[in-house]
Design a protein around this ligand. Sequence first.
Ligand code: ZN
Length: 235
Amino acid sequence: MFDTERPRNTLLARLPAADYQRLARDLEAVTLPDKHILSEPDERIDYAYFPVSGVVSIIMLMRNGGAAEAGIVGREGMIGLPLLVNDFVSPYRMIQQVPGVSLRIPAAALVEMLRSSPALRQLVERYALAVLQQSAQNAACHLLHGLDQRLCRWLLATQDRVGADTFYLTQEFLAQMLGVQRQTVNQSAGALQRAEVIAYRRGNVRVLNRHGLERLTCECYEQTRAVYERMLALP
Ligand SMILES: [Zn+2]
C-alpha cells in the first residue's frame, strides 16, 4: 500500500527508499479522532506514530489534576521519542487535538529499525532536537510574551501542521495551550476576530489573514519554525 507513494510525514518522506521499504512493512494507518489518547505518563509505549494529518498535543499532567500543553506534533514529526534511547515509558500524555491519520508501528519494530538504519536514527535525533528547542521556546514565551501574541503563535503553528486555512480547535484546548481560563481565550480570540485576522465559531478556526497573524505574534513562532526547517532539511 505504501510502495508507490510516500506518506506526507516529513521523517518518512526523507528516508532513503530502501530504509523506507523496510519500515513500511510494519506501518499501519490509523484514523484518530480528537481527544484520542496516544500515550499516558508512566505507561508503556506500545506504538510509535508518524502523523500524516491532524495535530497531537504534548500535555504535562500535575499531581493535582492540572494540565498544560508543552508542545505540538504534526506531520513534521513522530510520537514515541523515548524509543530513540531504548526507553519504553512515556513521560507525557499525548492526545489528538485536531483529528487525523497516523501511521503507527509497534515500538519494538521501531527500536530495531533505529538500530539498523543510521538514516532513520539521524532524522529522529534531529527531530528530537527540534522538539527540545520548541519546549525551551515555549517556556520562555510563557514567561515573557503576552497572551495575544501566544495565541497567534499557536494558531500559526497549528495551521502549518494542518496545511489548511480551516481547522477545529476547542476553547478548552486553546485555554490549555495558553495556560489561561476559557473566558480569557474568548476575549483574545474576539480581538483577533474584530481585526478580521481569524473567524472563530464553535471551535472552528478559519485563518483569514495569515500575514496579520505573523505580524501580531512574537518572535518565538519564527525562531521555532526556523529550527524545525534546519533540523529536518536533508543532511
Ligand atoms: Zn513568544
